[in-house]
Every structure is written in structure tokens, then in C-alpha cells.
Design a protein. Structure first.
Lengths: 152, 213, 544
């Protein structure tokens, strides 16, 4: 690998992008030196850059040493309907703005249902096992075989 | 008039550069098509080369030079547009849904009209003298735009935007609202009219003012 | 030399997702979510295009009554918000959801259910926007929603509230899809696929998703502010709130146009490389310039506020003009790829080639209006409309079609009709140029935006008519496109895994790909560069 390739980690890319933005913020501060106190534009931009650096930190914290991102196995996502219910719930909350506060109250139903589904999904997640990468891949018995009656 | 001349000088310069860049790129593409056709006729494979670092670096430096020139031009032109904002004659320009009102400061003279199919208000100003316009609104955001003068300024409620305008010769120019402000935004036109100082004096007196003496 | 296989899940028949609409609508397969997103956005493209055609019919002559002033404002608001929030942005991010895992050798996307949630929030947002459009006295403030015009004193009825809700939900959905795509590129690359070996399209998606994260929260905050204004409109009598809203809105409003640009630059790059028969030229410079361009585009939002009198115009002029440098590097890559290539003029390539000069018109006029002195005249006039319709319609949409014609066979396993594709292309080129060149002249001559009609003596009539004719030609071209989709679905000409001699990993796998993208029959090969299949072909020729 070239030197650039070796050094360019995922966290570094995000951090570099954050630094580009920080440089542009610094120039903005220079232009506003005559103003008293940070204006909204600096606060806005700086908050955004802080978010980017937070992402860089999150990426760095989740770095793996074994370079085997797939070896941890794949969780077969169950209960995808929780996503749909969550969307319905959030939409109902927002519908309270044009149509009145009773709609966000109705939203409780799909939101609670989504929460229940999510908790159930985390308790019973099935795993797909990965064949050993140096040998001929063989199908291995799964911990819990997905049933044909897949629940929503 | 400073807005017009600053605009025209900068627009002509930058549009010429832009046109030249466009032509260069189009010619480069035509060149690429011709080279490809030759490659195909000779049965040659596509080139394996995947970068040209020195050329690219030189190109970026050239771009930076052009950018520096353009930025300098932008700053210089912008600085020319805003001479000393304090002028003895001040007019308050108020946008409202959906017409304009002009009030001559220090005089009990206000011009208003109907717009939207009715008569349009005219902002009468003396030619050759700097005038400060204080632009504001009483409801939503509007924008005071005189296309022939190459200038506009937004009108905000609870805020005043001031700029100095010097109309060097008599004339009459249409003005339009340039910020969406509701249903009849499209009909919120007005006129700006520059007249001789004597005629301006007569105008003020005929509207109940004390003239410019 | 045997291809090294990476560990891929052994897909059993039981894992194959069944067809049927419940499985599609609740799928955690990024390919299906991506196709749902793109498919929904394409339907909305037709819808918002129809709205535009109605507007252009109204404006073809002065003083017409096809649309009342109120209707015109509602149509115009739906067109702008619709195209940006629920059409082009989802096309851009949906392409990433579909392609990124394939291009990096991953079996899935990160957080599939969050991606699915993103789709459903987007759909909810689109429904609310259309609902608000259909409400009498509905959303009518234009896509900016400036306060105090958007508060409940000046815009009454539920329509504007539905607009704020819809814009928020669609934006939130896109944040989720951008977030999972970003995490996928950063964390789920196959072994050997370093960041300097992912395709140009994947890099374009990476910087796009960074911008989504950095800028879209401002949209969400802006829509909350509008909502507050609809509940308590008296907040906005203070100027600080109004200019504050403008800053917040444009902090999102500028980067979003780059979110609607970079993925299509990626499409163009892939098409140019594939149909020039060589790897993309100047990869490292392109990567650096994408990062710089994306950062720069976060710093220019104040150029929308040049005429506000409340912004530091010189700074935003500097940052706007500075974007010339990374844009120039992108063009270096495009032209460098073409020079020395052996070009194949497929429909995808034609759209990619037209993108280059057409987007350039938009980009150059963008530099022009990045000068406050010029902008004081042309801001909020048809000149600016011309600028961004060139970048978005003659640019990004062309880039989208370059990608669509390139990857349609991969996604569906079917080939599209080439002749119809070329006809679509020719009509669209003619249409966009006839429609939008008049905009520059109209704006220069003093025609403001947001005009429901214009006076007969103003000198706008002829050019408006010409523009409307161009719009009609665009509509015709899109009918040809729709017909191509329909007839190709009926003819069912099968697509091979690699119909184009592609260079990147998605062309290794079948058309359409299996559930987990790569399987024993189509394993991820050794990846040595950003054009792994080209490397394999060149090595095979050397050794055989």
C-alpha cells in the first residue's frame, strides 16, 4: 500500500474534513473581527464542525484491530416493521401542527408498538454464521434458524 | 452611477473569462472525441496512464491565480458601491403588502399608491445629488429592486437597510419587488424618477413640503 | 492466481427474500430500500415536472389565468420543495444506499432498519408536502419558507404547517440514509478495500453524507422555527428571528444543492471511465478536491443573503469564488479520462458527456453571482433561476441519467432499449437548453422570481414563450423515458452480470445481485485499486 493508503483511516478522513471546515471558520472569524461577539453565523458553523468532529471520534472509537469486519457475523434483521411503525408515530406527532394536539396523542399507539417490537427483536436475534475464510466454505448450522413464518 | 458602472465593469470582465473557460472546455472535449476516433481507427487500446501530477499541480496553481484575481475584483467592486452613507437628503422606503410608500425625511411629504393594476408610486429624486434611502417593511420581507440601476436591497420589518444612491442624470426607471411577499408580489412595481433640482424642489412644495432650501 | 474469497455469508434458499409487497416494503435489503427510494423519487420527479409544465404554461403568455395568483404560489412552492426535498435528494442518496455496499464488497448496509426508517420518514414527508399543496390556501411561501411570511398571520390554513412537517420528515429520513451509507463506507469495506481503493462514486457519496450530517440538522431546526411561528406568530416581529431563520435555512439550503450534485458527479465519473475503457484519471486529486469542495460548500451559504444588508458579503464572496479550484480539479479528472480513451457512445455515456459543458454553464454563472456587485442586480431574478436550473436540471439530472442507464441492468437484470435512450437524450438536451437559456436574459432584463404573471409591455413575453416550449420538449423526452421503462419491462431482454466491461465490484456479481450481494458463485475478488475489474482484465491479458 502507498503511504497515503496506509495512513488514511476512516476516522482520519472525517477529522480532515472537520479541519477543512475549521479553517474556513477561522477565516470567517477573521472577517468578523470588527464585530462584537460571535454572530449567529459563527455559532452555527462552529456547531456544525463540532458535530463533524464528534462523528470522527465515534468512528475512531469503533475502529477494529483485526481488519475482519465481516467476521463478527451478520445479524438477520427481524421485526423490520418497527421501523415503519416508528415512522408512522413520528408523522402523527407532526400532524399535530396543522390539525391539533389530539393527533400526537394517537401517535402513542404506534410508538409504543414500535418500542415493544424493538425490545423483542433484540432479545431474539438470529445469527448467520460465516464460513472460515481459508477453507472451503461449508454451510454451518445456525443458532436459531429463521422460520418461514417471519414475524413483522 | 456607481452601481451601474461597478456592475458593468465587473460583469463584462467576469462573463468574458467565463465564456473563455467554456470555450476551452468544449474544445478540449472535441479534441478528446477526435483522438478517440483516431485510436479506434488505428486499433489502439485506451491509454493506461492514470494521472499527471505535475500538470495537475501547475493547473491548480493557475486556477488559484485566477481565483485570486476574481476575489480581488469582487472586493474592489463591492467597495466602490458603498460610498459614505450619510447624505443630507434621506427618504424612507417602506414596503408593505402589496405596494411601496416613500416618505421624505424632514418633510411632511409621503408618496403612496395602489399597485397591482392601479397607479404605481414614483420615487422622485434630484439628479446629481446623493440620496440616502432607508429601506424597511411593516409586515413581511420585501426587496427594493431597480433593474436599470443594477441594485437591490431587502426590506425587513423591524430593521432598516440604508444605502446611498446618486442618479447622475434625469430619467425614469421601473422598479420591482424582488422578494416573495405573498399573493400580489408580482404586482408590486414602482418608479424611480430623477429630475432637475429645481423640479425636485417644486415637487416637494406641491406635496405639502417646504422644499429643499 | 486464484481469486481470494472474502468471507461471505452462504446464502441459502430460505434466506432469499420472497417477492410480494409486504416483503418489499419491510425489507432490510439495502438494494430493495435503495430501489424503493429511487422509484418513489422518480414518480415524484414526474409529478413535480408536471407542476413545472403547468407553471410554464401559465407563464408562456402575459396575463393568463391558467393558474390564479394563489394557485401559482402553491404550484411554485410544491415544485421547488418537491424537487429538492423529495425528488433529487432522495435520488442522490438512494443511489448511494443501493450501490455503496456493492462497490465496497460489503454484504449489507450498516443499520438496515435505520435505512428502512429513513425511507418511511421520507415517504411520510412527501405525503405531507403533497397534502399541503392540495390544501386550498396551502403552502405558498416558496421553498424557503421565509419568516414572517410563513407564520400563521400571513399564511393561514393547515397547508403551510403540512409543508413544515413534510420538509422536516423528508429531511430526517435523508439524514438516516446518509448516516447509514456513511457508516457503511467507513466501517464495512471488504478486506483489501482501503479508502484509497473505493470507486470515485463511493468517495462522492462519502463527502455527500458528511455534508448531510453537517448541514441537514439546520433544516430540522429551521422547520421547528417555522412551526413555532405557526403556533405563536408574534415571535417574528423581531428582526433577529427573521435574519436568524434565513441563516439557519441557508446553512442547510446551500449544502443541499451539493448533496444534489456530488453523487451525480460520481455517476458521471463512473460512466466516463467505463465508456472510455480506462480507469478514472487523477483519482487522488479528485479525492482531495471532493473533500475540499464539500467543506467549501459548507462555507458559502451567506451568498444567498448578499442583498440582506446583514451579512459579511466579502467573506461569502471569497468562499464562493474559491470553489472554482476544486471544481476545476473535477473537470481535470473528467477531461483527463476522456483524453486517451477509446470512447463508446452508449446512452449512459451521452448523458455523462453532456453533463460536462452543461453543468459548466451553471457553475460559471454561479461564480458570476458569487460577486455581490453582480448579485445586487440579478439576485432573486430569473438569472439565478437559470443558474441553478443549469446546475440541477442540465447538470445533476443528466448525471443521474448517466448513472441510471449504467446501473439499470445491474439492478433489474434487464436491458433498456438503446435507441429510445438516445431519443430521450437528444430531446432532453434540446429541451433543457431551450428552456433555460432565456432565463439568463430575462433575469438580466429585470424579471423577478415568483411572478404568477407579468405585464404585457415588460419585454418578457417572447423569451417566456420560448422557455415554455423548451419545457414542453423536456416533458416529451420524459415520456420517451417512461415508455422505455415500460417496453423494456415487457421485452425482458436479460442483462449479463457485466454488460459494459465495468471496472468496479458491483459488476462482479449477478444482475440482479443476490440477497447478500456476493456469494460463492460471485465472490469478491482481490482488490488492488479503485478499478479492480480493470486490474484483473489487464493482468489476465498480460499473463495469457
Amino acid at each position: 500500500m502507498s503511504p497515503v493508503e496506509r495512513r488514511l483511516s476512516a476516522a482520519a478522513v472525517v477529522a480532515i474534513w472537520g479541519i477543512f471546515n475549521a479553517a474556513l471558520i477561522a477565516i470567517l472569524i477573521g472577517f468578523t473581527a470588527v464585530r462584537s461577539g460571535p454572530g449567529l453565523d459563527i455559532v452555527l458553523y462552529a456547531a456544525s464542525a463540532a458535530l463533524v468532529f464528534a462523528v470522527a471520534v465515534a468512528v475512531w472509537l469503533t475502529r477494529r484491530r483485526d481488519h475482519q469486519p465481516l467476521a463478527r457475523g451478520l445479524r438477520l434483521s427481524s421485526r423490520p416493521a418497527a421501523a415503519l411503525l416508528l415512522a408512522v408515530g413520528v408523522a402523527l406527532i407532526w400532524l399535530g401542527l396543522p390539525f391539533g394536539a389530539w393527533l400526537p396523542m394517537v401517535a402513542v399507539v404506534p410508538l409504543v408498538a414500535a418500542l415493544v417490537m424493538e425490545i423483542a427483536a433484540r432479545r431474539s436475534s438470529s445469527r448467520l454464521s460465516i464460513p472460515n475464510r481459508t477453507s472451503t466454505p461449508q454451510p454451518q448450522p445456525r443458532e436459531s434458524r429463521p422460520t418461514s413464518k417471519r414475524s413483522w | 452611477m456607481p452601481f451601474q458602472s461597478a456592475f458593468h465593469q465587473l460583469f463584462t470582465q467576469d462573463a468574458t473569462i467565463a465564456a473563455a473557460v467554456f470555450l476551452l472546455v468544449v474544445m478540449a472535449m472535441i479534441g478528446a472525441f477526435l483522438l478517440s476516433r483516431r485510436r479506434r481507427k488505428r486499433g489502439q487500446d485506451p491509454s493506461r496512464r492514470d494521472k499527471a501530477d505535475r500538470l495537475e499541480t501547475g493547473y491548480v496553481l493557475a486556477l488559484a491565480g485566477i481565483v485570486g484575481f476574481l476575489v480581488y475584483s469582487s472586493f474592489a467592486a463591492n467597495a466602490r458601491e458603498f460610498p459614505d452613507p450619510h447624505a443630507p437628503l434621506r427618504v424612507q422606503v417602506t414596503g408593505y403588502q402589496w405596494c411601496w410608500r416613500f416618505h421624505y425625511q424632514g418633510q411632511p411629504v409621503t408618496v403612496d399608491a395602489q399597485c397591482n393594476g392601479g397607479p404605481l408610486p414614483t420615487l422622485v429624486l434630484p439628479a446629481g445629488r446623493p440620496v440616502e434611502l432607508d429601506v424597511t417593511s411593516v409586515d413581511v420581507v420585501h426587496a427594493f429592486w431597480v433593474p436599470d440601476l443594477r441594485f437591490k436591497m431587502n426590506a425587513y420589518p423591524g430593521h432598516v437597510n440604508s444605502f446611498t444612491l446618486t442618479l447622475t442624470h434625469p430619467g425614469r426607471w421601473i422598479g420591482r419587488c424582488a422578494q416573495l411577499c405573498g399573493l400580489y408580489h408580482y404586482g408590486m412595481d414602482f418608479y424611480v424618477q430623477a429630475v432637475s433640482p429645481a423640479a425636485f424642489d417644486r415637487f416637494l412644495r406641491s406635496h405639502g413640503g417646504t422644499g429643499t432650501s | 492466481m486464484t481469486a481470494r474469497t472474502t468471507p461471505v455469508p452462504y446464502a441459502s434458499p430460505a434466506d432469499e427474500e420472497r417477492d410480494g409487497w409486504p416483503q418489499w416494503l419491510l425489507s432490510t435489503d439495502h438494494k430493495r430500500i435503495g430501489l424503493l427510494t429511487i422509484g418513489t423519487a422518480l414518480i415524484l420527479f414526474f409529478f413535480n415536472g408536471g407542476i413545472a409544465l403547468t407553471m410554464r404554461a401559465q407563464l408562456a403568455q402575459p396575463g393568463q389565468d391558467i393558474l390564479s395568483p394563489q394557485s401559482y404560489l402553491q404550484f411554485m412552492t410544491m415544485h421547488g420543495t418537491g424537487m429538492i426535498a423529495v425528488t433529487i435528494t432522495p435520488l442522490a442518496l438512494g443511489l448511494g444506499v443501493y450501490l455503496v455496499p456493492l462497490q465496497i464488497g460489503a454484504p449489507r448496509i450498516a443499520a438496515p432498519r435505520a435505512t428502512l426508517l429513513g425511507y418511511w420518514l421520507y415517504v411520510a414527508g412527501a405525503i405531507m408536502l403533497i397534502w399541503g399543496f392540495l390544501t386550498p390556501e396551502g403552502a405558498s411561501t416558496g421553498w424557503w419558507g421565509y419568516t414572517p411570511l410563513s407564520n400563521s398571520i400571513y399564511t393561514q390554513g393547515p397547508g403551510q404547517s403540512l409543508w413544515a412537517a413534510g420538509f422536516f420528515l423528508a429531511g430526517a429520513g435523508m439524514v438516516l440514509q446518509g448516516g447509514t451509507t456513511l457508516w457503511t463506507i467507513l466501517r464495512l469495506r471488504a478486506p483489501g478495500v482501503t479508502l484509497m481503493r473505493i470507486p470515485v462514486f463511493a468517495w462522492a457519496q462519502l463527502v455527500t453524507c458528511l455534508m448531510v450530517f453537517a448541514a441537514f440538522p439546520a433544516l430540522l431546526a429551521a422547520m421547528v422555527l417555522v412551526s413555532v411561528g405557526r403556533i405563536d406568530p408574534h415571535l417574528f416581529t423581531s428582526n433577529a428571528w427573521n435574519i436568524g431563520y434565513e441563516n439557519l435555512f441557508w446553512f442547510y439550503g446551500h449544502p443541499v444543492v451539493y448533496v444534489m450534485f456530488f453523487p451525480f458527479v460520481g455517476c458521471v465519473a463512473e460512466a466516463l471511465a467505463t465508456f472510455s475503457g480506462r480507469r478514472f484519471f487523477g483519482y487522488q486529486g479528485t479525492v482531495l478536491s471532493l473533500l475540499a469542495f464539500a467543506a467549501g460548500s459548507m462555507a458559502v451559504w451567506g451568498h444567498h443573503l448578499f442583498a440582506s444588508g446583514q451579512e459579511i458579503n466579502d467573506y461569502f464572496s471569497l468562499t464562493s469564488i474559491l470553489l472554482t479550484i476544486p471544481a476545476g480539479v473535477e473537470y481535470f479528472g473528467f477531461l483527463g479520462t476522456l483524453f486517451g480513451g477509446r470512447l463508446r457512445y452508449t446512452t449512459s455515456m451521452l448523458f455523462a458527456l453532456a453533463f460536462i459543458p452543461q453543468f459548466l454553464v451553471g457553475g460559471l454563472t454561479g461564480i458570476l453571482v458569487g460577486n455581490p456587485t453582480i448579485d445586487y442586480h440579478v439576485n432573486n431574478s430569473y438569472f439565478v433561476l437559470g443558474h441553478f436550473h443549469y446546475t440541477l436540471m442540465a447538470g445533476s439530472v443528466f448525471g443521474f441519467f448517466a448513472g441510471f442507464y449504467l446501473w439499470f441492468p445491474k439492478a433489474t437484470g434487464l436491458m433498456l432499449r438503446e435507441r429510445l435512450g438516445r431519443l430521450h437524450f437528444v430531446l432532453m438536451v434540446i429541451g433543457v437548453n431551450i428552456a433555460f437559456i432565456p432565463f439568463f436574459i430575462l433575469g438580466y432584463d429585470g424579471m423577478p422570481r415568483w411572478m404568477a404573471t407579468y405585464p404585457a409591455g415588460a419585454g418578457f413575453t417572447t423569451l417566456s414563450l420560448i422557455s415554455s416550449i423548451g419545457a414542453g420538449i423536456i416533458g416529451l423526452s420524459m415520456m420517451i423515458f417512461a415508455y422505455n421503462l415500460w417496453i423494456s419491462a415487457r421485452l425482458k431482454v436479460p442483462a449479463p452480470a457485466d454488460p459494459w466491461q465495468g471496472q468496479t465490484l458491483e459488476w462482479v456479481t449477478s444482475s440482479p445481485p443476490p440477497r447478500y450481494n456476493f456469494d460463492l458463485a460471485h465472490p469478491v475478488p482481490r482488490v488492488r485499486s479503485y478499478a479492480p475489474l480493470l486490474d484483473l482484465r489487464e493482468n489476465a491479458r498480460k499473463s495469457g
